[in-house]
Design a protein around this ligand. Sequence first.
Ligand code: THU
Length: 131
Amino acid sequence: MEDLVGAAAAVREKAYAPYSRFKVGAAVRGASGAVYQGCNVENVAYPEGTCAEAGAIAAMVAAGETRLTAVAVIADSPSPVPPCGGCRQKLAEFGLAEVPVTLATTDGARLETTIGALLPGSFSAAHMDRT
Ligand code: THU
């Protein structure tokens, strides 16, 4: 997972966060093994900003992949930053519950979790199947 954390740390430098000044980097590994990176991109109309995880997922889908096998998120924070609720749902769309997620700080702290632990009882396509 450290290569994925490294990819997240590298793209974090490119984050556009002039309002919060809180730069976040994310990296996801696609089923092919390729790594996709994303950073947060804020907007003066605050709700229009996007999270690092969303950027990494968008890069993966744009490259033609729809399954992810590992996730890393990094920020310069006192403790590893957990993905927001919306990003948990976005990750669950493309990764199984057992997919490992490493939450990291630039100081070297690590918290290992999974998509399923981040979003227990998640809404899925199966909930819409009544046949
Ligand atoms: N942010 C992310 O990009 N990912 C997270 O997991 C937590 C929060 C961003 C959104 C916003 O640009 C800034 O961090 C402060 O909330």
